[in-house]
Design a protein around this ligand. Structure first.
Ligand code: ADP
Length: 278
């Protein structure tokens, strides 16, 4: 008798994904289709940038994927959890336990030291700073070069240092996904480059998953992949992006905007976009 047990190889579950995701703001003549049916996967252990012209739906997509806003129709998943079917209480818990956030404005608590800011998510989740957490804290502090800043308050730190503290805070509870919303928007270009390198190290060296919204092609070029949005739809992806390939992608979108009818848009959304690969 054949005793071999067949074990199918399951494809890995993406860290986050959207299926036919739509969001309409307002009603009637004033309705805005912020997302018009988005299908996209975000791989675990990858750094993905979401890019597109202003008003293309980047923030809306991020908010829906992070459970910060509700969809009009379609589904958003965090791993295998369908977040679009969770109630407010479940969403609050999911955001607390499984998602990290990095904001443009850092959002550190001014009366706390850097270390207290970093460990706050553990406290809020009622988790003690056990040996594992201490080891992870030490790794983050080392990776983000914060060792000599831990006792400083935010007002005693530069913008770049504050954002590095915010990144450590977003990673301390080892969330499934970190969402970063224009994380370099308030930084000069040198501090911005530093913060982006640290985000990339968090993915490459610490195995984390980051989804970043940005309008800056230089920032997007730090990611492993760029997802381009236009008019609430996925318009293409760029693997191993460079500032040049991202700019070329955005230019192609603008050209398309001037000439495209719906049939062309569908062709673009289904993958026949010229700006794939690097
Ligand atoms: P992006 O982040 O790419 O600039 P957004 O996701 O912020 O784009 O917005 C997509 C579209 O939805 C835009 O036309 C914007 O004006 C509209 N929009 C966003 N938020 C709201 C809201 N709360 N109420 C009405 N319209 C909104």
């Amino acid at each position: 008798m054949d005793t071999t047990v067949f074990q199918p190889v399951e494809p890995p579950v993406p860290a986050a994904r959207a299926r036919s995701l739509t969001k309409v703001y307002g009603e009637g003549a004033a309705a805005v289709n912020a997302l018009a049916g988005v299908d996209v996967d975000f791989a675990a252990g990858a750094f993905t940038a979401i890019m597109g012209p202003s008003g293309s739906g980047k923030s809306t997509l991020m908010h829906l994927l992070a459970g910060l806003d509700s969809a009009t129709s379609g589904s958003a998943y965090l791993g295998s959890t369908e977040i679009t079917s969770l109630d407010d209480r479940e969403l609050t818990r999911l955001r607390r336990d499984r998602i990290g956030f990095v904001f443009q404005s850092f959002n550190l608590l001014p009366m706390f030291t850097a270390e207290q800011n970093i460990t706050l998510p553990l406290e809020l989740a009622g988790r003690s700073l056990d040996a594992d957490s201490r080891e992870w804290l030490a790794t983050l502090v080392q990776t983000l070069s914060l060792g000599d800043r831990l006792t400083h308050r935010p007002s005693e730190l530069s913008g770049g240092q504050q954002q590095r503290v915010a990144i450590a805070r977003a990673l301390i509870a080892k969330p499934d996904v970190v969402f970063a919303d224009e994380p370099t928007g308030n930084l000069d270009s040198r501090s911005g480059a530093e913060v982006l390198s640290f985000l990339r190290r968090s993915v490459r060296e610490l195995g984390r998953t980051i989804i970043m919204v940005t309008h800056d092609p230089a920032a997007a070029a730090y990611a492993d992949r760029v997802v381009l949005l236009a008019d609430g739809r996925i318009a293409g992806t760029i693997m191993a992006p460079t500032p040049e390939s991202v700019l070329a992608g955005l230019d192609a979108l603008r050209q398309l905007d001037m000439t495209a009818d719906d049939a062309e848009r569908v062709a673009v959304a289904s993958g026949s976009f010229p700006v794939v690969g690097a």
